[in-house]
Design a protein around this ligand. Structure first.
Ligand SMILES: *[C@@H]1O[C@H](CO)[C@@H](O)[C@H](O)[C@H]1NC(C)=O
Ligand SMILES: *[C@@H]1O[C@H](CO)[C@@H](O)[C@H](O)[C@H]1NC(C)=O
Ligand SMILES: *[C@@H]1O[C@H](CO)[C@@H](O)[C@H](O)[C@H]1NC(C)=O
Ligand SMILES: *[C@@H]1O[C@H](CO)[C@@H](O)[C@H](O)[C@H]1NC(C)=O
Ligand SMILES: *[C@@H]1O[C@H](CO)[C@@H](O)[C@H](O)[C@H]1NC(C)=O
Length: 406
C-alpha cells in the first residue's frame, strides 16, 4: 500500500518534470517532452557540478555527451571512415568505396551552440555515413574548437581554414572530388559557420575553386533581435529555449553571461544605441520580410531606451562573420545556390526565413524548406530510436535536395 502511494507520487513528480505545454501541431509532442527532460536534467546536473566548483558546466555536458555518444571511426563495406585533419583542424572523413569516377564533396559543421557536441558523435557520424552512401559523395565533418576555451573568431577561423584546405587542388585530387560539385553545410551553430564561410570564400580570392552550393539546416544568423516572431512564439519550446540561445551567443562572442537579461529584453539593440544604423536594422526587420502567416499577431519589440554601449563592448554582435544575416546584399549575391531548412517550432525559424529572403532578393537560387511540425534539432535527432517522423522527413528532404542540386 505504502509502496503504491510512493510509486504514484514519484510517477506524478516525474510526469510534472517531463510535462511541458507544447503548441498543437508539433511532431510527436510526448517524445519531444522526454528529449527535453533528458536535456534539461543534463544541463541542471552540470550546472550543479559547476556551482560546486568541480568543473565548467560546458565541460561536464560535453563529457556526458561523449560518454553516451562519441564513436570511433569505423568503416563499413560501403563507406571508408578515417579521422584526419583539414587545414590543421580535426576532421572525420567519409569516403564511399564504390567506383573510380569523380565524386561530389561536402564539408559539414556540426551544431551545439559553438560549445557542445562533435562530428564524432553517433548522430553526426550516422548522418555523414548516410550522405556518403546515398549521394556517393565524400563527406568531411569538422571538429572546430569550442567555447568556452575558444571564442569568436576561433570557431569561424577553424571553419574557414578547413574549407580552404577542402577546396585546395591537393585535397580535391587526393579524394577524387569534382571541383564543380562542392558544398558547404551545417546545422544550427554549424549552419552559422557554413553561411559565414560561404560569404567569405565567395568574395575573396583565397581559393580558386568555389563552393557550388550551401545547405543550411535551421541556422543561427543574428543576435540583435531576440523577439522575432519565432523567438516570441517558441520561447519555451524545447530543446532550444530562448535564454539558452542568448547564453550560447554571449559565450561564443566571449562576453559576460550576466548580459543574458539585457539581450532577452532587446536592450542591446535599443534605438538609443548609435552604433546600430537603420540600414543594419532593416536587414533583420522581420515585419517587412516575413509573410503574414509567419508574422501572425506578433509585433516588433524595439526599445526606445535600453542599454546603449553593449555592442561596443561586444563587437561580435555586429560582425558579419558572427552574424551572417547582416551581410551586404552585394556579398550575398556572390554566394552559391542555397538550401535553407527551417522549422515552425524553433526560435531560429525567422533567422533562416529572413536569410532565405535576403539571398533571394540578392539574386541567389534559394530553396526554402519549411517543416510545419518541425522543432530545433529534429534532423540530427532523427537517428534516436524514439524520434522518427519529422526527423526522418527533414533528413530525407535535405539529402534529396543535395542529390538534385549538387
Ligand atoms: C587577391 O586579392 C588581393 C586583394 O584584393 C590581391 O592583393 C592579391 O594579389 C590577389 N591574389 C591573387 C592570387 O589574385
Ligand atoms: C560579469 O558581470 C558581473 C556583473 O556585472 C560581474 O560581477 C562579473 O565580475 C563579470 N565577470 C567577468 C568575468 O567580467
Ligand atoms: C520595419 O518594416 C516596417 C514595415 O515595412 C516599417 O513600418 C518599420 O518602420 C520598419 N522598422 C524598422 C525598425 O526598420
Ligand atoms: C533595459 O533598459 C531599461 C531602460 O534603460 C532599463 O530600465 C532596464 O533596467 C534595462 N534592463 C536590463 C535587463 O538591463
Ligand atoms: C561605436 O561608436 C563609437 C562612437 O561613435 C565608436 O568609437 C566605436 O568604434 C563604435 N563601435 C562599434 C563596434 O562600431
Amino acid at each position: 500500500m505504502r509502496l503504491g502511494v510512493c510509486g504514484a507520487v514519484l510517477l506524478l513528480a516525474a510526469a510534472y518534470y517531463v510535462y511541458l505545454p507544447l503548441p498543437s501541431g508539433v511532431s510527436e509532442p510526448w517524445k519531444l517532452m522526454l528529449l527535453d527532460a533528458l536535456f534539461r536534467s543534463f544541463v541542471q546536473a552540470s550546472d550543479v557540478v559547476h556551482k560546486l566548483g568541480f568543473c565548467h558546466s560546458i565541460h561536464m555536458l560535453n563529457k556526458v555527451v561523449s560518454w553516451v555518444e562519441v564513436t570511433d571511426a569505423r568503416s563499413c563495406p560501403a563507406v571508408h571512415v578515417t579521422d584526419s585533419t583539414l587545414g590543421g583542424v580535426p576532421t572525420r572523413i567519409f569516403q564511399p568505396n564504390e567506383g573510380k569516377k569523380l565524386k561530389r564533396g561536402l564539408i559539414y559543421f556540426h551544431g551545439g551552440g559553438w560549445a557542445l557536441a562533435s562530428g564524432k558523435m553517433r548522430s553526426y557520424d550516422r548522418l555523414c555515413r548516410k550522405m556518403a552512401e546515398d549521394l556517393d559523395a565524400v563527406i568531411m565533418s569538422v571538429d572546430y574548437r569550442l567555447a568556452p576555451e575558444a571564442v569568436f573568431p576561433d570557431q569561424y577561423h577553424d571553419a574557414l581554414a578547413a574549407s580552404q584546405a577542402f577546396l585546395s587542388a591537393e585535397v580535391l585530387q587526393r579524394y577524387s572530388i569534382d571541383p564543380e560539385r562542392v558544398c558547404v553545410s551545417g546545422d544550427s551553430a554549424g549552419g552559422n559557420l557554413a553561411a559565414a564561410v560561404a560569404q567569405q570564400l565567395a568574395s575573396d580570392n583565397s581559393t580558386s575553386v568555389k563552393f557550388t552550393a550551401q545547405a543550411l539546416i535551421y541556422p543561427v544568423l543574428q543576435a540583435l533581435d531576440f523577439h522575432t516572431a519565432s523567438y516570441q512564439q517558441n520561447q519555451a519550446v524545447p530543446i532550444l529555449h530562448r535564454p539558452y540561445m542568448a547564453r550560447f551567443w554571449l559565450q561564443y562572442l566571449g562576453a559576460n553571461i550576466s548580459l543574458v537579461p539585457v539581450l532577452l529584453e532587446n536592450n542591446h539593440s535599443s534605438l538609443d544605441e548609435p552604433n546600430i544604423s537603420s540600414k543594419t536594422r532593416s536587414k533583420l526587420n522581420w515585419t517587412a520580410m516575413l509573410p503574414a502567416e509567419r508574422r501572425k499577431h506578433f509585433r516588433l519589440v524595439v526599445k526606445e531606451k535600453g542599454s546603449p554601449g553593449v555592442v561596443s563592448r561586444v563587437p561580435g554582435l555586429l560582425d558579419v562573420r558572427a552574424a551572417p544575416l547582416l551581410a551586404e546584399q552585394e556579398v550575398l549575391g556572390k554566394t552559391p545556390k542555397a538550401y535553407v531548412m527551417t522549422c515552425e517550432f524553433d526560435v531560429l525559424r525567422d533567422d533562416g526565413l529572413m536569410y532565405a529572403r535576403r539571398l533571394r532578393d540578392a539574386g541567389v537560387d534559394v530553396t526554402s524548406d519549411h517543416h510545419e511540425d518541425g522543432f530545433h534539432g529534429c534532423m540530427v535527432f532523427a537517428n534516436l530510436p524514439m524520434m522518427s517522423s519529422v526527423g526522418q522527413r527533414s533528413m530525407n528532404s535535405y539529402i534529396r535536395w543535395l542529390d538534385q542540386n549538387l
